[in-house]
Design a protein around this ligand. Structure first.
Ligand code: SAH
Length: 452
């Protein structure tokens, strides 16, 4: 048997032994410092990665502006075609069919977790939000839009490329509408998947400044969109009417402006858990649009929801009204201050949720983050009645589960309470964790019970 001799061309990226070993161990990132010869290739293109002996390592997206210069997309030397990406998208969708329940909003593609580095797709009913966080995925934006249209017949696809990490890739901040089905009446009628509510919600006149559809998307046949009285033209809306239902609770989603891509979908299963533990007097700190609070309201007599952001509290109030919920009060405040004030005033609760933003956005911020986590958890543990339950989260990747548990143990000790760990939870299963890419496991959610 003849062995294919290794070879490399100038369009290949050559990586160090360390870089090759990391890639072969299943990580999907190769740092600039491990690239010993840059590929002669456009940024955003697919390149072959070879080791110092010229042996094939993987295929990767090349982002010359990024510290993570290579993102592995295949460990096999295959042709990267539209079908290749479609297969990955379908695999991601099939997994969601198995694990996503009790919601019409979920993460369809979770970047590295779905072997699609740099690509995030969130689904909100018949609307989709797309994020391309690398040069490689940015270059494929039109293709992903087309594939989503083909596979899911959406009403709208929004581009939520306002994530700060894009700056590290040299990519601009953009929020825009990539696709709207409802600008094309004839086309819409030919696609029964579009819900009737779409037509009902449309304004009567065309809106100015609508972006054109990506070139190769299916267009209405010529002449089919002629206007007549029975067949008025319909035009895209800005998705003002986008509502989702999660665990039986309705939320209005702001697809273009809301935090993340409109909601924190990664906490969905933890919110369902919080609903199961909820009883007595509840407190939801860092509430955003009221998601934990409205879940807790099902089991608690009354709930206080706290957020520092006025728009967040406003949308939380609207969501409570939308669901006819009357046992939640909304407080616009700094949770650190409010927890201290409640503690000073001797207030008591039975169920507390802490879901702060990532305190440690990078390694340098770990110390300060630990102090922050300790402070809020210490206060929360002091505020709980005997038998009370704390549902406490950290979405800082840099504070791992072990470290987070250590902080909680310190907080329990300082609060003088005996605390049981009831459950160790993570992000919802539509945000898969890739075992060999530890960065994909970022959300910890500990359910703890105060015993004395
Ligand atoms: N629990 C929410 C997500 C929370 S995101 C959900 O499940 O949907 C974090 C929230 O914390 C944001 O809405 C942000 O406005 C809020 N926040 C940030 N710092 C805060 C502070 N010091 N006090 C209160 N809220 C804060």
């Amino acid at each position: 048997m003849t062995q294919k001799s290794p070879s490399s061309s100038s369009s290949d990226a050559v990586v160090s032994a360390k870089g090759a070993a990391r890639a072969r161990s299943g990580h999907l990132w190769i740092y600039r410092s491990d690239v010993t010869r840059k590929p002669q290739a456009e940024t955003g293109s697919v390149v072959r990665v070879v080791d110092h002996r010229g042996r094939f390592v993987a295929l990767a997206h090349y982002g010359k502006e990024s510290e993570i210069t290579l993102r592995i997309i295949s460990k096999d030397d295959v042709e990267i075609t539209r079908d290749f990406w479609q297969t990955r998208l379908r695999a991601a969708a099939r997994w969601r069919e198995r694990v996503v329940m009790d919601t019409d909003a979920y993460r369809l593609v979770h970047a590295e977790g779905d072997l699609l580095p740099g690509l995030i797709i969130d689904r909100y009913g018949d609307c989709f939000a797309l994020q391309t966080l690398t040069r490689g995925m940015e270059a494929l934006k039109a293709m992903w839009t087309e594939l989503l249209v083909e596979e899911f017949h959406p009403r709208l696809i929004a581009e939520r490329n306002d994530a700060k990490v894009r700056q590290l890739e040299g990519l601009p901040m953009i929020n825009s509408l990539l696709y709207s089905a409802v600008g094309q009446p004839a086309w819409e009628r030919r696609h029964p998947c579009l819900p009737a509510s779409v037509s009902r919600s449309l304004p009567e006149t065309p809106q100015a400044g609508m972006p054109a559809l990506p070139g190769s998307l299916p267009m209405a046949p010529q002449g089919a969109d002629e206007e007549n009285e029975d067949n008025p033209p319909v035009w895209p809306t800005a998705a003002d009417d986008l509502f989702i239902t999660e665990n039986g609770i309705r939320f209005r989603i702001d697809l273009f402006e809301g935090q993340k891509t409109g909601a924190f979908l990664d906490q969905r299963e933890n919110r369902a858990a919080a609903m199961r533990y909820a009883r007595g007097r509840g407190l939801d700190c860092f509430s955003f649009h009221g998601s934990f609070a409205l879940h807790m309201a099902k089991g608690c007599e009354r709930v206080t929801a706290v957020d520092i952001s006025e728009p967040a509290i406003e949308s939380a109030r609207r969501n409570a009204e939308l669901n006819g919920v009357t046992n939640v009060e909304f407080v616009e405040a700094n949770a650190f201050d409010l927890l201290r004030d409640y503690d000073d005033a001797g207030e008591r609760f039975d169920t507390i949720v802490l879901d702060p933003p990532a305190f440690a956005k990078n390694r340098g911020a770990i110390e300060a983050a630990l102090r922050g986590y300790k402070e809020i958890n210490l206060r929360a543990l002091r505020l709980l009645n005997q038998g009370g339950v704390l549902i406490t989260c950290s979405c800082s990747y840099h504070v791992g589960e072990e470290l987070f548990l250590e902080v909680l143990a310190e907080a329990a000790r300082d609060a003088g309470r005996a605390v049981q760990v009831v459950e160790k939870r993570a992000q919802s299963r539509d945000h898969p964790i890739l075992l060999t890419v530890p960065e994909t496991y970022y959300l910890k959610c500990i359910v703890a019970r105060v015993m004395d």
